[in-house]
Design a protein around this ligand. Structure first.
Ligand code: NDP
Length: 280
């Protein structure tokens, strides 16, 4: 049976419409949610992502503060800007677009953002709070994945969830969130032995690897929910980490690429920023 589509484009549009309404109400009280985005250098993919974030802000009625810095920017200069934004009451969220040029240490920079303005959810305090099961500013892509999973109506407690990938921005936090929902979670990575055996047991597969069509139909259990986080730019266009057509013949639910997880990431960024503005 063909899988049902987990339509991130549609869900994200619904969430963004709600954010827009809530923003209008907040603006009437004199509060304008403000997101500062810092782009250092000329990375073409980063420019695209930053453009999407700026467009999302403006559509929602937010103030968007875009800081474009040259690739020669020093770490001190960037930290100086972050300190100014930390102290600026009109800025509720600060996002530093990664990757950064080699002279800048991303860990130092991310740790310099005030945790309550860390709308990307990458600050060690927010990661720690997430790990401890405390309220945190949650990272956007994993938060968007959980929101998509919720729309399936499938109860997560006791489900076998296999996350492929252990990055700080996707794999690890989504594994923590699945664990918080009482799924039984396995994290696979490049050193995992018998990866196929792990994935075949999974009721829920999250693929966050960055390798086109890595997850093939023979690896997926009949009826599994398959979340494809991968964005791979090939000549034929954007391709996920899942071999979509054959896997969708076996899965019960699947996210397309594009139009699955990607649009949810920006919706969650806007939601995190709105939450911080509400608290201000
Ligand atoms: P990283 O490169 O940081 O991490 C990739 C992970 O995949 C690593 O943990 C790595 O293992 C693992 N991996 C690599 N090769 C294999 C293999 N052969 N077998 C098993 N595991 C393997 O990537 P990200 O987490 O940042 O991103 C993953 C994908 O998701 C990318 O395509 C990225 O573009 C996309 N992405 C999409 C977003 C969206 O909004 N839709 C947002 C963020 C990312 P190890 O740790 O051992 O090296």
């Amino acid at each position: 049976m063909a899988a049902q589509i987990l339509d991130g484009k549609k869900l994200s549009a619904e969430i963004r419409a709600k954010i827009k309404d809530e923003t209008a109400a907040l603006r009437e009280k004199g509060i304008v949610p403000g997101l500062a985005v810092i782009l250092v250098g000329e990375n073409p993919a980063s420019k695209v992502y930053v453009g999407q974030k700026e467009k999302g802000c403006l559509e929602a009625g937010f103030a968007s503060f875009l800081h474009r810095l040259p690739s020669s920017t020093s770490q001190q200069e960037l930290l100086g800007l972050i300190n100014r934004l930390n102290a600026d009451a009109s800025v509720h969220g600060i996002l530093v677009q990664l990757p950064l040029p080699p002279q800048i240490d991303p860990d130092t920079v991310l740790a310099a953002i005030r945790p309550e303005k860390d709308v990307d959810g990458f600050h060690p305090v927010n990661i720690g709070r997430l790990a401890a099961g405390l309220p945190a500013c949650e990272p956007c892509t994993p938060k968007g994945i959980m929101r998509l999973l919720r729309t399936t109506g499938i109860p997560l407690p006791g489900k076998e969830a296999v996350v492929i990938g252990r990055s700080n921005i996707v794999g690890k936090p989504v594994a923590l969130m699945l664990l918080a929902e009482s799924a039984t979670v396995t994290i696979c990575h490049s050193r995992t032995k018998d990866l196929v055996d792990h994935v075949r047991r999974a009721d829920i597969v999250v693929a966050a690897i960055g390798k086109p069509r890595f997850v093939t139909a023979d690896m997926v259990k009949e009826g599994a929910v398959v979340i494809d986080v991968g964005i791979n730019r090939l000549e034929e266009g954007l391709v996920g980490d899942v071999d979509y057509a054959p896997v969708s013949e076996k899965a019960s639910w699947i996210t397309p690429v594009p139009g699955g997880v990607g649009p949810m990431t920006i919706a969650m960024l806007l939601e995190n920023t709105l939450e911080q503005a509400r608290k201000s």
